[in-house]
Design a binder for this molecule. Structure first.
Ligand code: ADP
Ligand code: MG
Length: 273
């Protein structure tokens, strides 16, 4: 796998993206307007039960949590603890059995299908555990597609900038099957970052990656945090949780802890796993 940290050309592209973002009319894109220090995500008394045959599986049990702008929050839990279920609910890809979910001022539990569709395009960006790239589209087209869905125009310039930013400036024309797992994940990250949406959701984003690439991806995600923006990463990896502003621990579908990491946040460059 070719490894490359973003260089000067990439930094140039990044700066151009930030300028574009700063001048973009955020509110008209439906992301919700936010005052400083606002809560970006709030779950109260959320349950998600699945019926399988005659039995019921409780994936989430009475979950309550908040994420504010400027926060990099990690939801930590072992396999089967309800992390993906939680992320799917927050991203409006699934609906809770009961409880209330409010994202960027929008109550998802009372939203119409049209409102939910608008919310998915403009309020959240998703990085899936299994990338979910379109196999018949190139890296560039995959990112362009994401931009088109959220911004209403397939901006090739922005797609190139974002791919350069994740170190794939020389992989525009490659199809997913021509890329390594880490490179595919970076395309998925570029696609998510390019939307400019306020809440970034990432499901085990470093699960398939070697240490060095994982650190680069985490740094890119962390760089998204800022005024009006937050990042929610779910993982089973305790080391990743050390880099969070706050760690919410899930066990058997319940929140068992919600606090900053012990000893304070660790810089991403100092993580070891
Ligand atoms: P995690 O992402 O932490 O590994 P999940 O959210 O995927 O956990 O799953 C939580 C629990 O819910 C598991 O016990 C899983 O088997 C169950 N579950 C998840 N999705 C479904 C489904 N569609 N139908 C039935 N059970 C499910
Ligand atoms: Mg999962």
């Amino acid at each position: 796998m070719t490894e490359r940290l973003p260089g000067a050309a990439d930094q140039e592209a990044l700066n151009a993206t930030e300028r574009r973002r700063a001048s973009a009319p955020q509110e008209s894109r439906g992301g919700g307007s936010l005052a400083s220090g606002s809560t970006l995500l709030e779950l109260s008394d959320v349950w998600r039960e699945y019926t399988v045959g005659r039995s019921t599986v409780t994936a989430l049990e009475d979950v309550g949590l908040c994420v504010s702008e400027n926060e990099f929050v990690v939801v930590l839990g072992p396999s089967g603890s309800g992390k993906t279920t939680l992320l799917n609910l927050v991203g409006a890809l699934d609906t809770p059995s009961s409880g209330r979910i409010v994202v960027a001022g929008r109550d998802l539990t009372h939203a119409s299908r049209t409102e939910l569709s608008r919310f998915r395009r403009h309020a959240v960006s998703f990085i899936f555990q299994t990338f979910n790239l379109f196999p018949s589209l190139t890296a560039l087209e995959n990112v362009q597609f994401g931009i088109d869905v959220s911004r209403g125009r397939a901006d090739a310039g922005l797609a190139r900038e974002m791919l350069a930013r994740v170190g794939l400036g020389d992989r525009f024309a490659h199809f997913p099957h021509e890329l390594s797992g880490g490179e595919q994940q970076r395309v998925a990250v570029a696609r998510a970052l390019a939307t400019g949406n306020p809440l970034l959701l990432a499901d085990e984003p470093t699960g398939e990656l070697d240490f060095k690439t994982g650190v680069e991806i985490l740094a890119l995600l962390h760089a998204q945090v800022g005024p009006g923006r937050a990042v929610l990463v779910v993982t089973h990896n305790r080391e990743i949780a050390r880099a969070a502003d706050r760690v919410i621990e899930l066990s058997g579908g319940r929140v068992i802890a919600d606090a900053p990491p012990e000893g304070g946040r660790t810089a991403i460059g100092e993580l070891r796993w």
